[in-house]
Design a protein around this ligand. Structure first.
Ligand SMILES: NC(=O)C1=CN([C@@H]2O[C@H](COP(=O)(O)OP(=O)(O)OC[C@H]3O[C@@H](n4cnc5c(N)ncnc54)[C@H](O)[C@@H]3O)[C@@H](O)[C@H]2O)C=CC1
Ligand SMILES: Cc1ncc(C=O)c(C(=O)O)c1O
Length: 311
């Protein structure tokens, strides 16, 4: 019998919600995607066919009976739900307010999973009436393509939820990684260590954005997609790692704040794809073209990687 919930609810239909909902629905769950914004729901509905096409292209597990319904009626979205996945903006107070709204409407046995990028689960759980039901379920963007989910229990999380959520994740053929709670969890700690160094290299004018993207894609990105960092050290030699890290580590960027040039871009309204400019400039149609290239590349890479053993 599948461990998938019969009915699941996704709260927040922005970048992450629609892909999460579609992945569960394709595997067989009845999913209700809820947002406070009518516009966000309309965008998700309009994009649903494309997301389904992507899931088809990567042979995402499918079972009959699954569906997504879209709406702004919270009670309707929660009727009969067993699992709620919260994907509203990364603001502690907002998430806590959402949890309060949810708890007022569902029974104590309903699991609340949060897609937070790194706010400690224990901090969020403090505001819950039933703190044991909150657990971290961190999907990676785009959620319908990146087949790995971090599972993070907080101090109060019911320990049985960890295995239960891991079984749900396996039911749609994703890899669950169970972690201990720490700000940023594992994936974002590694990603933000890389991004911190990358932004410092750009700020100091050491390399161009194009050069940086090429060096990371073909240098470490390509290699790390096949060999994880631990195995990479065995491949390189621990003695080499010691020799290089003994002089390099102290030279790496260790700033604790966001770089000023990024803050300046944000102040100028340059947020990336969503505003038509960011690290790069985008002309008419460029953003859609880039999004398409990225999705096409991720589909091809996932298909190839799925044929390669874990080394
Ligand atoms: N964007 C990314 O690459 C990733 C984001 N995350 C995390 O997932 C969460 C959501 O991120 P995004 O989808 O990027 O955010 P987003 O800003 O694109 O979408 C959030 C959605 O939540 C809706 N919303 C706001 N208040 C709400 C409320 N009270 N009830 C229901 N809906 C409400 C907004 O209307 C919006 O449609 C955040 O915690 C984020 O850190 C996790 C992995 C990757
Ligand atoms: C820049 C950045 N920050 C956070 C996340 C996920 O929490 C992602 C991602 O999933 O890709 C990201 O790119």
């Amino acid at each position: 019998m599948s461990s998938l919930p019969t009915v699941a609810t996704v709260i927040g239909s922005g970048t992450m919600g629609p892909g999460i909902a579609a992945t569960l629905a394709r595997a067989g769950s009845t999913v209700r995607l809820y947002d406070i914004s009518e516009d966000a729901i309309a965008r998700a509905e309009a994009a649903y066919g494309v997301v389904q096409g992507v899931l088809e292209a990567v042979d995402s597990p499918s079972a009959p009976g699954g569906s997504v319904t879209f709406g702004t009626d919270l009670d309707a979205a929660l009727a009969g739900t067993e699992l709620i996945i919260e994907a509203v903006p990364e603001k502690l107070e907002l998430k806590q307010k959402v949890f309060a709204d949810l708890e007022a409407r569902v029974g104590d046995d309903v699991i609340i999973a949060t897609n937070t990028s790194g706010i400690p689960i224990s901090t969020m759980a403090k505001s819950l009436t039933v703190p044991g039901r909150l657990i971290g379920m961190h999907w990676s963007n785009p959620p319908h393509l990146i087949p790995m989910i971090e599972i993070i229990p907080g101090e109060a999380t019911d320990p049985t939820l960890v295995d239960k959520l891991a079984e749900i994740v396996k039911a749609f053929n994703y890899v669950p990684v169970i972690e201990k709670e720490i700000p940023g969890f594992v994936e974002n700690r590694v990603l933000y260590a890389i991004l911190r160094e990358c932004m410092a290299l750009l700020e100091e004018g050491i390399v161009t954005p194009e050069g940086l993207d090429a060096a990371v894609k073909w240098g470490i990105g390509y290699k790390l997609s096949v060999v994880g960092p631990t195995r990479l050290l065995d491949m390189a030699g621990l003695d080499i790692y010691q020799a290089v890290s003994s002089y390099l580590n102290k030279d790496l960027d260790n700033s604790t704040d966001t770089p000023q040039f990024i803050k300046d871009k944000i102040a100028a309204g340059e947020l990336g794809f969503k505003s038509g400019a960011g690290m790069y400039e985008y002309g008419e149609g460029d953003v859609d073209a880039k999004r398409k290239e990225i999705i096409t590349g991720l589909i091809a890479a996932r298909k190839t990687l799925s044929t390669i053993p874990n080394v």
